[in-house]
Design a protein around this ligand. Structure first.
Ligand SMILES: Cc1ncc(COP(=O)(O)O)c(C=O)c1O
Length: 368
């Protein structure tokens, strides 16, 4: 691929000396499980998120699973989430024995439409999981207002939005708990799986901490049945090297996005993504365009060896594993149309001006 959708090698080359030393440092002290780097990263991510506590876990998926478990979600409960997201946002609900309830998305943000939220609430609703898709926060003010009025917990799926802001407030600080992923392609990506829960609530913090080590407190005394889900010390050590660069990397993504906006917005067969009014820092984990000519454009990009991905081709209500939820095929027109038209192009910080120029030139040919 001449211009891949993401090139992690470039980031490694930039930080190789520090990353290698950090990894070897862990081998030197040998505390592979919950070593000192995990605590340092938890403090760093909590500070970035404007809350007191961070709990490092094995993945973003597990962050959501443990956070919802800590909210008391279980059999008989319902959890509301957006119909258009990465699978984990809904899969974790089913894994806890609860029922996922889907809400359609906003046309312009790809995020849960707050005007449809209240109608989805029942006496069984235990939690709401707004997803901050592609690096932009959902419209949290109305979501929180509705949740508080109904006494329902809010778990932010901020897997794609570490460091992003809504009305100046950081992702993860607005709901009861926030969940991040350190999957390698995220803005802050590890060298494997990793995740973190953040919260300002001490009780929820204690509960999540217990849940990640089989519900024990103290060691070998199990108050509840939990999981084995810890962020590896090796991952924490590499993420600590990267954390100070997160802001500048996200700002580079914003610059790329702004150039795409400027140079692609006039094309008749393309719709560029929008920054919503409340979104004070969109971190562009993905730059996601829409087109009714998507398949043709994607084929043309691939021919030119330009990386392109569809995030995500199938809305939740059409996933085979959710067939028993009984949603009609046309129940969610906005997210269904989004799944049919979206595609994402390279926006990683290390993308050069020349490479971006080639992506733009290709799209100007293909979407004219
Ligand atoms: C929106 C969203 N939620 C949850 C996850 C799950 O994170 P992980 O892959 O670290 O389990 C991801 C990332 O893959 C994601 O993009």
């Amino acid at each position: 691929m001449a211009i891949p959708i993401i090139d992690l090698g470039r980031q490694y080359a930039q930080l190789k000396t520090e990353l290698d030393a950090a990894v070897l440092g862990v081998y030197d002290h040998g505390r592979f499980i919950l070593g000192p780097e995990v605590g340092c990263l938890e403090a760093g991510i909590a500070q970035l998120s404007g809350v007191e506590y961070g709990i490092g876990v094995a993945s973003g998926t597990d962050a959501l699973l443990l956070a919802l478990h800590a909210c008391g979600v279980g059999p008989g409960d319902e959890v509301i989430t957006a119909n258009f997201s990465f699978f984990a946002s809904a899969g974790v609900v089913t894994r806890l024995g609860a029922r996922p309830v889907f809400v359609d998305t906003e046309e312009d943000s790809f995020n849960l439409d707050p005007t449809l939220l209240e109608a989805a609430i029942t006496e069984k609703t235990k939690a709401i999981v707004p997803v901050h898709l592609f690096g932009q926060l959902a419209d949290m003010d109305p979501i929180m207002e509705i949740a508080r009025r109904h006494n329902i917990r809010v778990v932010e799926d901020a897997a794609q939005s570490v460091g992003a802001e809504y009305k100046g407030r950081p992702a993860g600080s607005i709901g009861d708990l926030g969940c991040f992923s350190f999957f390698p392609t995220k803005n802050l990506g590890g060298s494997g799986d990793g995740g973190m829960i953040v919260t300002a609530d001490k009780e929820l913090y204690e509960l999540c901490k217990m849940l990640r080590t089989h519900g024990e407190k103290p060691k070998y005394y199990h108050r509840i049945v939990g999981y084995n889900s810890r962020l590896d010390t090796l991952q924490a050590a590499t993420l600590l090297v990267k954390l100070p660069h997160l802001r500048e990397w996200s700002e580079a993504r914003v610059r790329h996005a702004q150039r795409y906006d400027r140079e692609l917005a006039d094309l008749p067969h393309l719709t560029v993504p929008k920054v919503m009014p409340g979104s004070t820092f969109h971190i562009y984990n993905q730059y996601t365009l829409r087109s009714r000519k998507r398949e043709e454009i994607i084929a043309g990009l691939r021919e030119r060896e330009i990386g392109v991905m569809i995030y995500y081709p199938v809305p939740f209500h059409q996933q085979e594993c959710f067939a028993d939820l009984g949603y009609a095929a046309d129940a969610f027109p906005v997210s269904t149309a989004q799944a049919e038209t979206v595609f994402s192009i390279p926006v990683y910080p290390e993308l050069t001006d020349d490479e971006q120029g080639q992506v733009i030139a290709a799209l100007r040919e293909l979407a004219a």
